[in-house]
Design a protein around this ligand. Structure first.
Ligand code: GLA
Length: 696
């Protein structure tokens, strides 16, 4: 089997792809930002293909992903291949100058596979066996599945590894979705093997899982199982390891397919992530396995500020890519079909979304999907070519976006440099998501988004960072939800602050180690010396309860003297920190709410309660001052990101507001071709891409 790094090791920083020497660039033949989408012509009669290709050329499409769900057609019976239609398709696309991102179809094994291997079906935590007729139904631990996936992948790689149309390989689809964990007997056997590899002895396993609690001590490996539903809460360390195991199994499937492709092809290999949305995959590790990072992103329709969530996902994707350019593999031209209320995009919104991704490092803009499907589960999903055809707003905007992306090709390859890092650790999120935490209102997603949105509104560009990676390049680092924090991470943060950094830590951080065991010395113990404060007791608030906080630290001109907060408070014990804010009421009345501590050449802040995005302006003002940063002073709902290139920089300006704005930028707007003068005027809902002089 393909070897992966030992299960217990963190991905070694820095993050990002490490292609084999000799791997081609995916974009070497694409003149501009790549444009296109998933293309599923097998759903259509042959004559439609010609029309597709003609319309793709009209829209400026340069790259399409094919074959992602085609296993049953490519291998109609086990070991019998029918690749003629794929030959024809690739030749047709190549003849039209459209490059191909070739899928391996392993996210959706054929009916014959499950008929022959019923044991490969996924079992849910409550014991339900998931049936055929959808996708994503095979266990990543099943030897039969892995063998079949390798066979079809090898067949495709052998046949198309050198095909001139193919510039990129798209392995599988969205690993971890729609299901990730598998509780089948096959999975249980693999889990035991993984645990033996990780812990070596049962004693070590018993110690790591704290099995003395509730009488769970194991005396034989075969008694160790998957954390299926049980009468009460299952051992959290066992569940955390099962999450790690699940990630490992999925990644092993990817690596095996990638290596099979590499035997026959020098084209780069990717798999489409769901950076901010798929909790099951630790993308710090995955980003190192792909040759180029690609990501899928869909707006959350219920979120009226979904464009901020989009920016977060794009920044996370770039961070997983180690700052290298990445591909937006899927987004939607308008509504999706799988949310409770699928809100259509308003005129101009699709282009704003696309340019947000480009601003944050994407060198490719693709959609799900090219032509709307008439049948099947996704017929109400928007597409580049909608059911309404070419006399539709969506089509006109698709054609216009293709033309605009062609105008900004010189952006390709340039980099974004962030001023802030926001700590992001999937392992910590897995642990925090388990049951019986001190309050159901603890929500790491909410805290990450709130701090991110504050930085976004302040015009500060953000990278996400693993807590153990080198942080020394960032003036400020924010830890909104670092519940699980290893000793190594705490030492890393201490080095960062001592070296002159500014660190802001939010509540419910530094609580447990990698086995979900409370740190010796109590909550926040690994950061106590750094922050000059400890947490004696958690003081969560009742549902809806608000507390008043007196702000005594530095404030911006419009900052409030008194803030309100909710969800949480701590009983803090000062150990050298100064008090910046004090609770006026609630269970911690009279005690510190926010603290600041000088350590070495830097400063550590601790924020013990939940402030909303507005109040965080006050909270972060002092930290910005410590870090030598200031809010950019942009008009409301306008984002500006700088992509830095060798010859020139580019400012991508996206105006999400309903008023025209002027943003300082002296250069040429590539979308209009006009010089900007000292500032670029961007209409309500509009976008500008301004070439400006490079900064050092
Ligand atoms: C995911 C999948 C696609 C499609 C879209 C619909 O991203 O990868 O196949 O189902 O969702 O939004």
């Amino acid at each position: 089997m393909t070897s992966l790094p030992p299960a217990s090791s963190h991905p070694a920083p820095p993050p990002g792809p490490q292609p084999r020497p000799g791997t081609r660039r995916w974009d070497e033949r694409l003149g501009s930002i790549a444009y296109g989408g998933d293309y599923n012509p097998e759903q259509w009669p042959r004559e439609v293909w010609e029309e597709d290709v003609a319309l793709m050329r009209e829209a400026g499409v340069t790259l399409v992903s094919v074959g992602i769900f085609s296993w049953a057609l490519l291998e109609p019976r086990e070991g019998e291949y029918d690749l003629g239609w794929m030959d024809e398709l690739l030749d047709l696309l190549h003849g039209a100058g459209i490059a191909v991102d070739l899928g391996t179809p392993t996210a959706s094994p054929p009916a014959w596979f499950f008929h022959a291997h019923p044991e490969a079906r996924v079992v849910t935590r409550d014991g339900t066996v998931l049936g055929f007729g959808s996708r994503g139904m095979a266990s990543p631990s099943s030897p039969a599945y892995r063998a079949a996936a390798l066979r079809i992948t090898t067949e495709l790689a052998r046949r198309y590894g050198d095909h001139p149309a193919v510039v990129l390989w798209h392995v599988h689809n969205e690993y971890g979705a729609p299901v990730s964990e598998d509780y089948s007997p096959t999975s249980a056997a693999a889990f035991r093997a993984w645990l033996q590899d990780r812990y070596g002895t049962l004693d070590a396993l018993n110690a790591a899982w704290g099995t003395a609690f509730w009488g769970q001590t194991y005396g034989a490996w075969e008694h160790v199982g998957v954390p299926a539903l049980a009468p009460s809460v299952v051992n959290p360390a066992q569940r955390l390891d099962f999450a790690r195991f699940t990630d490992h199994q999925l990644r092993a499937c990817f690596v095996a397919e990638r290596d099979a492709i590499r035997r026959y092809s020098d084209r780069p290999v990717t798999t489409n992530f769901m950076a901010a949305e798929c909790p099951a995959t630790d993308l710090w590790a995955w980003g190192r396995e792909v040759d180029v990072v690609s990501n899928d992103h869909y707006l959350t329709a219920a979120d009226e500020r979904a464009h901020v969530g989009l920016a977060l996902a794009a920044d996370l994707t770039r961070s997983v890519a180690g700052g290298t350019p990445w591909i937006l593999m899927e987004h939607s031209t308008s509504a999706v079909n799988w949310q409770p209320r699928n809100v259509a995009k308003r005129p101009g919104e699709m282009a704003r979304n696309a340019f947000q991704h480009v601003a944050r490092g994407a060198d490719g803009v693709l959609f799900f999907q090219w032509r709307a499907s008439r049948s099947g589960a996704e017929k109400f999903h928007s597409a580049m070519l909608p059911h309404a055809g070419t006399s539709s707003r969506v089509w006109r905007e698709v054609v216009a976006l293709g033309a605009d992306l062609a105008r900004v090709g010189e952006l390709r390859g340039s980099r974004v440099r962030a001023q802030a890092a926001l700590l992001w650790d999937w392992e910590s999120f897995w642990a925090q998501d388990l049951e019986w935490r001190p309050s159901v209102d603890l929500d790491h997603r909410e805290r990450v988004r709130a701090f991110y949105e504050r930085l976004w509104r302040d015009g500060i560009t953000v990278d996400m960072a693993h807590p153990e990676q080198d942080l020394s390049g960032y003036p400020i680092v924010v830890a909104p939800a670092s519940y699980l924090l290893s000793r190594a991470a705490a030492e890393n943060l201490t080095r960062y602050v001592e070296g002159g950094g500014t660190l802001v830590v939010s509540y419910f951080s530094g609580v447990v180690d990698e086995h979900d065991a409370v740190h010796p010395g109590g909550y926040l113990a690994p950061l106590r010396d750094l922050l000059g404060v400890g947490v004696e007791e958690f003081l969560p608030l009742r549902e809806g309860q608000r507390v008043r906080v007196a702000w005594e630290g530095p404030r911006s001109a419009e900052g409030e003297h008194e803030l309100t907060a909710d969800v949480w408070s701590d009983e803090l014990v000062l150990a050298g920190a100064e008090v910046v804010a004090t609770y006026l009421d609630g269970p911690a009345a009279g005690r510190a709410a926010v603290t600041r501590h000088r350590r070495g050449a830097g400063t550590g802040w601790y924020v013990s309660t939940r402030f909303d995005v507005e109040a965080l302006a006050t909270v972060l003002a002092g930290a910005y001052a410590d870090a030598g940063l200031a809010p950019a002073g942009l008009p409301q709902d306008v984002e500006v990101v700088r992509r830095r290139g060798a010859e020139a920089d580019h400012l991508v300006v996206v105006n999400h507001g309903d008023q025209p704005v002027a943003v300082p930028a002296d250069g040429v707007d590539l979308l209009t071709g006009e010089p900007t003068g000292s500032s670029v005027k961007v209409p309500a809902g509009g976008v500008a891409v301004v070439r400006v002089a490079p900064t050092s």
